[in-house]
Design a protein around this ligand. Sequence first.
Ligand SMILES: Cc1cc2nc3c(=O)[nH]c(=O)nc-3n(C[C@H](O)[C@H](O)[C@H](O)COP(=O)(O)O)c2cc1C
Length: 391
Amino acid sequence: MARDKWFETVAIAQQRAKKRLPRSAYLSLVSASEKGVTVSDNVESFAQLGFAPHVIGATEKRDMATTVMGQDVSMPVIISPTGVQAIDPDGEVAVARAAAARGTAMGLSSFASKPMEEVTAVNDKVFFQIYWLGSRDEILARMERARAAGAVGLILTTDWSFSHGRDWGSPKIPEQMDLATMVRMFPEVVTKPSWLWSFGKGLRPPALRVPNQATRGEAGPTFFEAYGQWMGTPPPTWEDVAWLREQWGGQFLLKGTVRVDDAKRAVDAGVSAITVSNHGGNNLDGTPAAIRCLPAIADAVGDQIEVLLDGGIRRGSDVVKAVAMGARAVMIGRAYLWGLAANGQAGVENVLDIMRGGIDSALMGLGKSSIHELTREDILIPDDFTRTLGV
Ligand SMILES: Cc1cc2nc3c(=O)[nH]c(=O)nc-3n(C[C@H](O)[C@H](O)[C@H](O)COP(=O)(O)O)c2cc1C
């Protein structure tokens, strides 16, 4: 990769993304709800956790490989599904290629900009993420499309409450990228020529359709049509979760659990995995950081299902903290989106390499030869750090 495009940390990738993207596109990735209390806590809580390193004990090579939902992955980091990858012309396909190149799996959003078939064609470890949107028949049809496309797991995301007014203002998402929109957005787009140029000779702007909401291979509804249908769908019940899990029959992850009682109900519904998550601070502001909720949930159900975590992971040492606190693996969101925005597929690979390097140094410092040796004894957990919800 050209040296000037390489970045050393996720924070630098974010600075590059901010510089390169039109302001609205950048803000759509920052996202988060209301005052941003949860999104800040997700990140800052990791800084409150310390390490208890050994001075001697590291081995020459450190083992990071594990499995997530039946898939071998080279490290305990997978791609969390996010719906705004149209910031890059190759979007989810670029992310899937990067994940495959670094030996890991990818959650693919049902609000993705690329058809699932194009994504599964370049990464054979794709978990398709579904929202409870439309009738049971429509949900089933989408699920069957994912199965036919080769998805190896299903993620059901239910933690979305539709009211996220942001104190710093929500970004404008245009309905269509037609000429009128381009003229309206011109002042912010014209200052970002390299971004616009990346969309090709015809200066093709990003498509704003969501092809994976279609039950077959057609273009799919616009973002706002799909969003409207979603807002109009009654939220699912635990019976719905159990029903969908049964229909799928394979590896099934429920995304967005922060309470112990919900984690236990997820086990009863037959899921194979959960992720302790608050949607990256995009749901109810004031929900504690995911890492604070992890230990109680891992203790309650970690011997029955796989417990993952997402929210606030920005470096490899965060991954090590999460694994030591009880996560099997983590899912990353904004970290790879900054990489994608900064430098496309190579930028996502760059972020995954930062994660790998950081995990390796933390293991070395802790005197461990494998992520599987990590325990809470390796972490300095301040009093009053953890949150046990729903017991
Ligand atoms: C811009 C953006 C879009 C997202 N879109 C989705 C989505 O479509 N489906 C979903 O399950 N989660 C979505 N998420 C949540 C992520 O999967 C993940 O839970 C979150 O980003 C983790 O926090 P982090 O960004 O601090 O890593 C989105 C998050 C962001 C920031």
